[in-house]
Design a protein around this ligand. Structure first.
Ligand code: C2E
Ligand code: CA
Ligand code: CA
Length: 575
């Protein structure tokens, strides 16, 4: 262990207005120590501050009755301003309680002048130095991230608090950048935690290389980092140069130690604190940067997003929506509509798709594309999804259960539901409770479901198929699934997204692509539903292209099941 006995000189400042005592201390130190103690002296606390700003000191010997400061307040202010300097209090009278208070305020030792010989003083200086060194080390460890060596979250919070109060005082601007990596989890999952750690260390080094010495960066945990920087010269309405610099550094390819390229990108959220007219608290400021970071992620990642007022309104809207959605089930604000799917060969309704509807507190019907992402963000989709499943099966059984020819019921399933280990059980229970034949049920999943946890998703889908439930791939053509997954996925039905249909009559390439997708599905042994059919011409064209089923406003808008009952036997053939 390193101690002061084998290191360089100890620099001591004696703050004492009694010149005779100051001289005595100087003599005693000279008598009892080697040349390793270097001594400075001043008579006022203000002079001590000036000197400490300029010179590094290891120890301050502090008298408690100075011309410009009396009592323990000198200890407190000195320790707060220069926490790295060891303090030894020297007083004229013995006062145990005062001594304890001095230690509590940050002093390392408390000595009474008359009882303190030279040997004792020198020993106290050595011990104080050593204790201070240990204290500093412990404090540093508590404030440092063990892996990257960067300051940790606790240090970040302390630093940011001081930075904000300084900015308010000086009317300067501070920017806070929140960084989060896209794809970090895959590094851990694919290459193991050691590679994950190597990546984080490299990321930390790159962040450090982007910032100035006066800036501050920290690892907040996991793959989350933060930078606090002076933003006074940024033209932040247009760009945050620091964010650009960080993103550029992160775009350089990362490699594993074995030289394999890693697919990661970085999302950055920026918030600006304007000292002149900004008095939001630290928590709100951090939340702003965090929200901006999520927005950058939502925009696809590998970009930064600046928190702004418009965005603040959006997030207010989002939190209001969440509060309403939380109670929507209890208030029975959800209901279901059903849209028929027509068999092009027979012209009859072969299935109905269940579509969720929400009427909010003001009585507005909110489209599912607007509120489902919020349900997913909050995991509420599991509860609501379960309600949809039960409600649809029950209604369907009641309306159509006694018919001779029963159409199929299709239900949209969010990837988050499929990921939930209790989902399969929930489907099984629901089928049993409603007395519902599993072959009547089709679950629609989007092809993007396979982007994460392929094995888990595949095994969930296979279990469903084993139960007799059919799987349809929804919105086909808009996602990213590879041909391999398309072959492996146990889906019988492919639903071609309506974006291909919108321009079918005017766009030759849309016709070719749609025809190609129908052929591909047939080659893979799957049947094809085309969505978004709004006109007879389109219906006819798709029938000629070989589509097996059609769905869209041309046949029917989504309606209640009751409204569909009478149309079940009608022939919708388009000729
Ligand atoms: P989707 O699964 O692609 O559903 C079809 C959407 O297309 C429905 O919109 C339907 O009203 C609309 N549509 C049907 N025919 C036509 C047409 O001819 N022209 C046009 N322009 N649109 C047509 P909706 O009801 O707004 O649903 C939007 C999306 O919300 C659905 O897209 C589905 O992804 C999601 N969704 C709806 N209900 C649920 C649910 O219960 N659970 C989950 N997870 N998602 C749901
Ligand atoms: Ca669907
Ligand atoms: Ca669809």
């Amino acid at each position: 262990m390193e101690t002061y006995s084998n290191s360089s000189s100890i620099r001591v400042l004696h703050v004492e207005d009694n010149l005779a005592y100051a001289r005595l201390v100087k003599e005693s130190i000279k008598d009892f120590s080697t040349s390793r103690i270097l001594l400075w002296h001043c008579t006022k606390l203000a002079d001590a501050y000036t000197l400490l700003e300029k010179e590094r000191m290891d120890v301050v010997l502090l008298d408690l009755s100075l011309p410009d400061s009396l009592g323990l307040s000198s200890v407190e202010t000195l320790h707060n301003r220069f926490p790295e300097v060891a303090l030894i209090v020297l007083t004229g009278t013995r006062h145990e309680e005062l001594g304890i208070q001095a230690l509590q305020l940050g002093a390392q030792d408390y000595l009474v002048k008359d009882n303190c010989g030279g040997d004792m003083l020198v020993k106290s200086i050595f011990y104080a130095c050593e204790r201070q060194r240990i204290d500093t080390k412990i404090r540093d460890q508590a404030l440092t991230d063990g892996l990257t060596g960067l300051p940790n979250r606790a240090h970040f919070m302390g630093y940011l608090k001081n930075a904000l109060s300084r900015a308010s005082r000086l009317h300067s601007n501070i920017t806070l950048l929140y960084l989060d990596f896209d794809g970090f989890k895959q590094i851990n999952d694919t290459f193991g935690h050691l590679e994950g750690d190597t990546f984080l260390i490299e990321a930390a080094n790159r962040i450090k290389s982007c910032i100035r010495q006066s800036d501050f960066c920290a690892r907040l945990g996991g793959d989350e980092f933060a930078i606090v920087a002076d933003a006074s010269e940024f033209d932040f309405e247009f760009s945050i140069p620091l964010a650009d610099k960080v993103l550029a550094a992160m775009r350089e390819t990362f490699y594993t130690r074995g030289g394999i390229e890693l697919a990661v990108s970085c999302s950055v959220g920026c918030a600006i604190y304007q000292g002149r007219n900004n008095h939001i608290g630290i928590d709100r400021f951090i939340q702003s940067a965090d929200e901006a970071m999520y927005r950058a992620k939502y925009d696809g990642g590998d970009c930064y997003c600046l928190y702004d007022e418009h965005f603040a309104k959006e997030s207010l809207r989002s939190s209001k929506m969440l509060i309403q959605l939380r109670s929507a089930l209890k208030k029975t604000q959800f209901h279901l509509e059903f849209q028929p799917i027509i068999n092009t060969q027979t012209g009859v309704i072969s299935a109905v798709e269940t579509l969720l509807r929400w009427t909010d507190n003001e009585g507005n019907i909110v489209p599912p594309t607007e509120f489902i992402p919020y349900l997913e963000k909050n995991q509420m989709i599991r509860t609501v999804g379960e309600w949809v499943l039960k409600e649809a099966c029950t209604q369907f059984k009641a309306q159509f259960g006694n018919l001779k020819r029963i159409p199929q019921l299709t239900i949209n399933v969010s990837p988050l539901q499929l990921k939930d280990p209790t989902f399969i059980r929930c489907v099984a229970d629901c089928l049993e409770d409603a007395g519902f034949d599993s072959s009547w049920l089709v679950l629609e999943i989007t092809e993007n479901v396979l982007l994460n946890d392929i094995d888990q998703m595949m095994s969930a889908l296979n279990e469903l198929v084993d139960m007799g439930v059919l799987i349809a791939i929804d919105d086909f053509g808009t996602g990213y699934s590879s041909m391999k997954y398309l072959m492996d996925i146990p889906a019988e039905i492919l639903k071609i997204d309506r974006t291909f249909v919108e321009d079918l009559s005017s766009s030759k390439s849309h016709q070719l692509i749609t025809k190609g997708m129908i052929r591909l599905a047939h080659a893979l042994g799957k049947s094809v539903v085309v969505e978004g059919v709004e006109t007879k011409d389109v219906a006819r064209a798709l029938t000629l292209m070989g589509a097996d089923f059609l769905q869209g406003f041309y046949f029917s808008h989504p309606v209640s099941l009751d409204g569909l009952k009478d149309t079940l036997t009608i022939n919708h053939a388009v000729g």
